[in-house]
Write a protein that binds this ligand. Structure first.
Ligand code: GCB
Length: 625
């Protein structure tokens, strides 16, 4: 045994004897509990100490064996070890408390210049005080950690999670220290890998770290773990749904659904599995829509548990070429956006940033947003409910991922299930998108159609789509005939005439469309780059005038599509993208934003705003809203 090994073994033995630590097997993450942010919570947002660990020394020993898989389970940075005497005679080569700190939620890239391009591991540590109360359960919640996270509480592993944009929850009731003094350690690793979702190649910044809220939620021992309260799919006059309890007392429990304002109250009993369904007349409920985003205070009560939510009620369906919201044909005046605040620039950190993005969309005249290309913050969906914006929500099945790898599929399906769980009570969410610009081919069709079917099986009250590609023939016809289209409710296409192909903006009106499916068409992307403040003529790339002309001519060209019922041009604001290298015009930014990275509206913004005024007039009979 080398002296280093001996040291590790001794440290582990000492810790084990001290009784504070013991190794335990890896536990699977519990399934997502509905509406965690709506619970009584102890926020762990704020300052977290961190250690940059590119060689993963805090995770592996020098033979590259994972410490947390060893017999003692000890030796990693998650021990948060301290010398037992002031003289520091023990060898411990890290110290969280003497390390730097950064703000959580927040990506690491935008907080330290040296981390702008960093891809690898960073460890985080936070202390917190919590005296557990008898009869209560406690759940540790992370809104998102990009990409792979290993989470430890008081030196014990809670689990590992993959996927940078979905919530992570662990029941920590039995791991909390009786003294009330606890520490949580997170290993976040944003290394890009070929078999992951997304894969190594994207057109957005690989922001790492704990990017969304962290808190501990408290529930009674038997608690409401899941619920859905929405209008029934085939009967808009019925409010239908279910409640699922968890915990020892979940069977044969009364659960009361209460919507005071509408005089709705119903008590149902759970079955042996803790599940109860309800169904009651919904005639009294006003319908949610972008013009009138009515939300009701809904409460669910069972024993000691009460969950409050604000829920809107609407129907969404398609009929031939039409998208019907509450039975009425609509035009989806949308815009695409990333979960990024261009003014930082970095991942949006919470309600303030998100509200700014949606306020810009409203100013543009939108009734719809495409939250590309991965699940956005749960808060975003709640804000969209409140502000009256329809939502397209998506999973990061982007470009070319490992279609034939079963683990990749499982991962994509898990992210889709978590997204649907997060958004299923939000009136704003009307489209589940299973991916973006995926290439034709059999394994991909199997992968994507399975995802579409999964989405439908999890939630048949919303539309299913994906952003498809097109192909052109020399007669200037744009064909849309991707076989995946059979499985989708909307035919959505990304189309870059005037930027990646098709000549100058003034030349693109020569194209016509040949679309195989008689379904509503939405253009999920079109656009071109413009450097805010750079002015030239309409034929000079990167100028605001070029982008303006591109929008004018795109709108002309698209008006020939009979089934066109909406669009989400690319994109609301400029955003960071590593592949965008032009030193004058891009500088690491995709400049297709209608709003620049300094928050200034470009000329094309007003072209789209004007068009949306006309469409609002045509479909809703009034301006702007
Ligand atoms: C696309 C992608 C989007 C890119 C955009 C672009 O088709 O879906 O993620 O950022 O084009 O700017 O090229």
């Amino acid at each position: 045994m080398t002296s280093r090994n001996l040291m590790n073994a001794l440290t582990a033995a000492v810790l084990l004897l001290a009784g504070t630590f013991s190794s335990r097997p890896l536990r699977a993450q519990s399934t997502l509990i509905q509406n965690m942010p709506g619970r009584t919570v102890l926020s762990l947002n704020g300052s977290w100490n961190y250690i940059i660990d590119p060689y993963e020394n805090g995770f592996y020993d020098y033979r590259r064996e994972a410490f947390d898989q060893s017999k003692t389970g000890k030796g990693g940075y998650y021990d948060n070890a301290k010398p037992s005497s002031k003289q520091e005679t023990e060898l411990i080569e890290y110290d969280f408390d003497k390390s730097q700190a950064m703000q959580i939620p927040g990506d690491w890239n935008s907080q330290r210049p040296e981390l702008l391009y960093y891809e690898g591991t960073i460890w985080y540590k936070k202390n917190f005080n919590l005296m557990p109360k008898p009869g209560k359960r406690y759940f540790l919640y992370f809104g998102a950690i990009n990409y792979e996270s290993h989470i430890y509480l008081n030196g014990k592993k809670l689990g590992m999670h993959k996927g940078g944009f979905t919530p992570i929850q662990y029941d920590i009731t039995d791991q909390l220290a009786s003294t009330g003094e606890n520490f949580v350690v997170v290993k976040a690793d944003n290394t890009r890998r070929p078999n992951e979702v997304p894969t190594i190649n994207t057109d957005w910044w690989n922001y790492g770290g704990i990017t969304r809220d962290v808190f501990i939620a408290e529930t009674p021992d038997t608690y409401i773990t899941d619920y859905k309260v929405q209008l029934a799919k085939n009967d808009p006059n019925t409010l239908a749904g279910y409640v699922q309890l968890a915990g020892t007392g979940k069977a044969s429990q009364s659960v009361t659904l209460n919507i005071n304002e509408a005089g709705i109250k119903q008590t149902v009993k759970t079955d042996g599995e803790g599940r109860a369904t309800f169904s009651l007349p919904a005639k009294k409920l006003a319908r949610w829509s972008p013009q009138s985003p009515k939300l009701y205070a809904v409460s669910l009560t069972s024993g000691l548990d009460v969950v409050q939510d604000r829920i809107g009620f609407r129907t969404i369906q398609t009929k031939g070429a039409d998208i019907l919201l509450n039975g009425k044909s609509i035009y989806m005046r949308g815009i695409s956006m990333h979960d990024e605040n261009p003014l930082i620039p970095g991942r949006a950190r919470g309600e303030g940033d998100l509200r700014m993005l949606l306020t810009w969309a409203k100013e543009l005249g939108c009734n719809y947003v495409r939250l590309a290309h991965y699940p956005h913050n749960e808060t975003m969906l709640k804000l969209a409910d409140e502000m009256g914006l329809l939502v397209w929500a998506e999973v990061p099945v982007y470009w070319t991922i490992a279609w034939e790898n079963p683990a990749t599929y499982q991962n994509a399906e898990q992210q889709l299930s978590d997204l649907i769980s997060m958004g299923k009570n939000r009136a704003s969410v009307v489209v589940w998108s299973v991916g973006n610009e995926t290439p034709l081919g059999e394994p991909r069709l199997k992968f994507m159609s399975s995802l579409a079917q999964k989405a439908r099986s999890l939630d048949d009250t919303r539309l299913i789509s994906a952003a498809l590609e097109l192909h052109r023939t020399p007669d200037n016809v744009i064909h849309v005939d991707d076989p995946l289209g059979e499985f989708l409710d909307l035919t959505s296409i990304n189309e870059y005439a005037g930027w990646y192909w098709g000549g100058k903006p003034s030349e693109i009106t020569k194209y016509t469309f040949d679309i195989k499916y008689n379904k509503p068409v939405t253009i999920s992307e079109f656009g071109g780059d413009a450097l805010g403040g750079y002015h030239a003529d309409a034929e000079t790339r990167w100028s605001e005038e070029y982008q303006e002309a591109l929008y004018v001519n795109q709108l002309k060209m698209l008006s020939t599509i009979q089934n066109l019922r909406g669009m989400t041009p690319w994109i609301l604001t400029d955003f960071r993208a590593t592949r965008r290298q032009h030193p004058v015009y891009q500088n690491g930014f995709n400049r297709k934003g209608l709003i620049s990275s300094t928050g200034v509206k470009k000329k094309a913004f007003y072209v789209l705003q004007d068009f949306y005024r006309q469409m609002a007039q045509k479909y809703d009979g009034k301006q702007g809203k």
